[in-house]
Design a protein around this ligand. Structure first.
Ligand code: IMP
Length: 172
């Protein structure tokens, strides 16, 4: 059984979500915005984030697979669900739970660019920088974490622990 070391409490998460939502609402006032969540991990963060926005937004989702049941990205990214709304000419905000190597987001950004949006920005609850493999500009980050495999608040290990309300470092 692995150890669960607390990393972010409900209060830390709540403050980060509210602060990012304030910045996003200010940046997109009087502009259109489509918020695109990356499934499965972003489902809880995205639900909390959009409820804090004070601007009208459209919502869409993509789903990608890269980790399988391990704790290291395979680097092979597969899009298993695409956007379903018309994003041509729209401002897009990609919402991720955590950025690690950056490979998923760099793949997704390139993919979404092919639809001809007006702009693309990136929002992540956790920016984990130690293993970054590609240069990626993160526009909104809730918390920067050096390293460690995290679970809870949407983050899984082999599809488990997503439902934990707080975030833990999983130690094997
Ligand atoms: P990247 O392509 O390496 O940046 O990985 C991004 C995806 O890997 C995220 O959307 C998560 O699904 C998953 N991931 C990366 N680090 C963690 C972690 O610490 N816990 C759970 N999932 C993670």
């Amino acid at each position: 059984m692995p150890d669960f070391v607390p990393v972010l409490k409900k209060e830390d998460i709540g403050k980060a979500v509210a602060s990012m939502a304030r910045n996003i609402s200010a940046d997109y006032v009087d502009r259109d915005l489509t918020v695109i969540g990356v499934l499965n991990g972003a489902f809880i963060f995205m639900a909390d984030l959009v409820r804090h926005l004070s601007i009208p937004v459209e919502i869409d989702f993509v789903r990608v697979a890269s980790y399988g049941a391990g704790i290291e990205s395979s680097g092979r990214i597969q899009l298993t669900k695409d956007v379903e709304t018309n994003i041509k000419g729209r401002n897009l905000l990609i919402v991720e739970d955590i950025i690690d190597t950056g490979l998923t987001l760099s793949y997704l950004t390139d993919h979404l660019k092919s639809f001809g949006p007006h702009s693309i920005k990136i929002c992540t609850l956790i920016d984990k920088r130690e293993r970054r493999k590609t240069k990626i500009h993160v526009d909104y980050a809730g918390h920067v974490i050096k390293k460690g495999y995290l679970v809870g608040y949407g983050l899984d290990h082999a599809e488990k622990y997503r439902n934990l309300p707080e975030i833990y470092h999983l130690k094997f």
